[in-house]
Design a protein around this ligand. Structure first.
Ligand code: HH2
Length: 291
């Protein structure tokens, strides 16, 4: 969508997660058939439910990036995401995003009907993704991730996590801008759960406003069902949606523009309430209309 703003400024964008993977940490295998190919009827049912619940964007992934996950070859990732995106684009008008770190996969996904690229590595895995997004007029979500999913939890060290993540995201944005991606097509994401300890994840969510101000781009957060929620509540992965909604609410109250979630219905309600509360704030920190 050349020239379009990545996330509407007057509402919270709800990004629904559709993982076409065998091994995603909370929903792996749900959308694949016995041969490992996409189960198109199951995918369309899941997407239809998400859209009915208020999803604005469908985010299709073909590679798990959970801690410890190994990289999937591009050909296999394309085999998972391209038919899924083609089927979604044929059936629905919703915006479709592809969750990939690889330009080759992103190109196939854009050909199939995606208009956004969600790169959790913030252009650090495959810098050529930026030129592709520029050429194709795609929106770009740049996540924060040091290292690789396979090793990212091994040596986590931040002195000031909000400042350091902000600085590194600003570098990712500068790379995208240098490759010709317009500012309005770029959002950033602090990478909740990507090479971060509990205290880091909490600090990032509680300070989205500061991060947003530092980077100067819209912010998406993806706390959905992640381990840090279980560390606080004691809930197993399948029971973390309520905690997810609370995390989304706090982030939106701080100024997050978009949330990436598995449970769209609950996250949408949490986001609506948090945004209304943000608009009602009276302290100087609210600083004008909610973004
Ligand atoms: N988290 C995951 C994957 N993609 N993209 C963005 N922008 N932000 C995130 O926080 C984010 C993301 C990991 O979650 P999930 O897709 O549920 O699991 P897996 O990586 O195991 O497929």
């Amino acid at each position: 969508m050349p020239g379009a703003t990545i996330f509407a400024p007057d509402r919270v964008t709800i990004v629904g997660v559709l993982n076409a993977t065998p091994d995603s940490f909370s929903d792996g295998g749900r959308l694949l058939d016995a041969s490992g190919a996409v189960d198109v009827p199951a995918l369309l049912r899941a997407a239809e439910a998400m859209l009915a619940e208020g999803a604005d964007v469908l985010d299709v992934g073909g590679e798990s990036t959970r801690p410890g996950a190994e990289t999937v070859p591009a050909a296999e990732e394309i085999r998972r995401v391209a038919p899924a995106i083609a089927a979604l684009a044929k059936r629905f008008h919703a915006r479709i995003s592809v969750d990939t770190r690889k330009a080759e996969v992103a190109a196939a996904a854009l050909d199939a009907g995606a208009s956004l690229v969600n790169d959790v590595s913030g252009l650090r895995f495959d810098p050529s993704l930026a030129a592709l997004a520029a050429r194709r007029g795609a929106g770009l979500v740049l996540g924060h991730l040091r290292g690789e999913p396979a090793t990212m939890q091994c040596d986590v060290r931040f002195a000031d996590v909000v400042r350091e993540v902000g600085d590194e995201l600003a570098e990712s944005v500068a790379r995208a801008r240098a490759a010709g991606v317009p500012a309005e097509a770029i959002a950033v994401d602090p990478g909740i759960g990507f090479g971060k300890r509990l205290a880091d994840n909490l600090a990032l969510l509680a300070n989205v406003g500061a991060l947003r101000a530092r980077v100067g781009q819209p912010v998406l957060v993806g706390p959905s069902r992640k381990r840090f929620l279980g560390e606080i509540t004691g809930d197993p992965v399948e029971a973390r949606d309520v905690a997810t909604h609370a995390a989304c609410a706090v982030a939106v109250f701080q100024g997050a523009d978009a949330v990436r979630v598995h449970d769209v219905a609950g996250a949408r309600r949490a986001a609506l309430l948090a945004r209304a509360l943000r608009a009602a704030r009276r302290d100087a920190a609210a600083g004008g209309p909610a973004a």
